[in-house]
Design a protein around this ligand. Structure first.
Ligand SMILES: [Zn+2]
Length: 441
């Protein structure tokens, strides 16, 4: 937003600031939501300048050199913008046939044999130009923002060659110039072994370590390095070798761990001090113990297992009760989770994984920010922090995980710039803001 511009939000039914102190939350409780009534939010130059009684906010706004917008929230709820710490949002086309085949009972091997699966996304990705990929990603990010997400991690991993992985990360870097969202880039060259390396997997690991990682580090294209650590993809030794090489080049670490088998990925992530271990559908008791004794976030992706038709979910209850830092993400990708709806993941966390609504809220805000090591007050509303906030078409925090699949965001701001309701992205015409008014409750 332009310098000196002031925005003010008054008339909120409640403001949930999140916890007063920085850092992840273990064993989230209602108090961590930081619920306040009778207060509003003042924003100047993209940062939160004031959290104060409405009257004070009004006076402060009208004293501005450049008053921009005074938003009457009409009794709605204000929260921090949501943080989606695990997506594969840069991809080519959807995989519609895979979805239909799964419904006919085909497993992933049959789907791959029929020309589908992740390698079809790789072939599609390689055939596209960087410009095309940027163009495809923009409306998806607009959709994501319209649902309340203001910061998002995006992984490479459909290139699987030096040139195509760099193409992915350069495209992700270019997205930042187009959207006000905070974007965190992750290098996932070890997402899968490409077809031409299937008979020499170690050679592909060497390609990742010796050629991809140095190029990614040289161009400073990624904050994180991630590895798909699963039986038949990258084993524990290969994963560790890649992650250690990434750490030596200054990248922070993430691990796709224990999705379908208890493979030891969570323990590896904790031992290497990774920022997060993600999926964890089949995490072992030892893995739960390792994560709870570490600062490695457990990032759960309940939409993925649901979309794949699995009846099982990650043991969220055991992780939370053991004191692990639990976060939620969409895993937005064309194969196993074609949804960018993080509030929907909050619903699934409650209804499928037995999390409490306040636990789901913390998992999609402050703990999600921790999982991608975002500072600057992200995932919380704090004076001096980035003005990432959502005004919701509801009054109670528990409603975010309740009206499932519904577009509940009424106004969304990232770094003080509007993402929904008269700004960038999806226009307010036809948005939740005009359809659902007044609030749902
Ligand atoms: Zn993933």
């Amino acid at each position: 937003m332009p310098e000196g511009r002031r925005l003010a939000f008054v008339g909120a039914g409640a403001v949930a600031t999140g916890p007063a102190v920085p850092g992840p939350v273990r064993r989230p409780a209602w108090d961590h939501l930081g619920l306040r009534t009778g207060v509003g939010v003042g924003v100047e130059d993209g940062r939160i300048a004031l959290l104060a009684p409405d009257e004070e906010i009004g006076e402060w706004f009208h004293a501005a050199r450049l008053p921009d917008a005074l938003v009457d929230c009409g009794g709605r709820l204000i929260t921090p913008g949501l943080v989606d710490p695990h997506t594969h949002a840069l991809f080519g086309g959807p995989r519609l046939e895979d979805h239909a085949r799964r419904a006919r009972g085909d497993d992933y091997k049959a789907i791959a044999a029929a020309g589908g699966g992740i390698l079809s996304s790789v072939a599609d990705f390689r055939s596209r130009r960087e410009d095309d990929l940027v163009t495809l990603a923009l409306p998806r990010l607009a959709m994501m923002a319209a649902l309340g997400t203001t910061a998002v991690e995006i992984k490479s991993g459909y290139g699987l060659s030096v040139a195509d992985e760099l193409k992915a990360l350069r495209a992700i870097a270019r997205l930042r110039a187009h959207v006000p969202l905070e974007i965190v880039a992750t290098f996932l060259g070890a997402h899968e072994v490409p077809a031409d390396y299937r008979s020499r997997r170690d050679a592909y690991v060497r390609l990742v370590i010796d050629e991809m990682l140095p190029a990614v580090a040289r161009e400073r294209l990624a904050t994180f390095c991630d590895v798909f650590c699963e039986p038949g993809v990258f084993d524990l030794d290969q994963s560790e070798a890649i992650l250690k090489a990434a750490a030596a080049r200054g990248l922070k670490l993430k691990v796709h761990a224990d999705e379908l088998d208890p493979f030891g990925g969570a323990e590896l992530a904790a031992r290497l001090g990774a920022a997060s271990a993600d999926h964890l559908g089949a995490i072992s008791p030892a893995g739960i113990e390792a994560l709870s004794a570490s600062t490695t976030a457990a990032v759960l992706l309940p939409g993925t297992l649901l979309f794949l038709g699995k009846s099982r979910q990650a043991p969220a209850r055991a992780l939370l009760d053991a004191g692990a830092v639990v976060a939620l993400a969409t895993d937005f990708n064309p194969g196993s989770s074609p949804s960018a709806n993080l509030p929907l993941m909050m619903t699934l966390a409650v209804s499928q994984a037995r999390m409490q609504p306040e636990e789901a809220f913390i998992a999609a805000t402050v703990n999600a920010a921790h999982a991608v090591r975002l500072g600057d007050g992200r995932g919380r509303l704090v004076v001096g922090g980035s003005a990432d906030l959502v005004v919701w078409n509801c009054r109670d925090v528990r409603e975010l995980a309740y009206w499932y699949g519904m577009p509940l965001a009424w106004r969304v701001y990232a770094s003080g710039s509007p993402c929904l309701g008269g700004g960038w992205g999806i226009s307010s015409a036809g948005s939740a803001g005009t359809v659902l008014s007044p609030p749902m409750s």
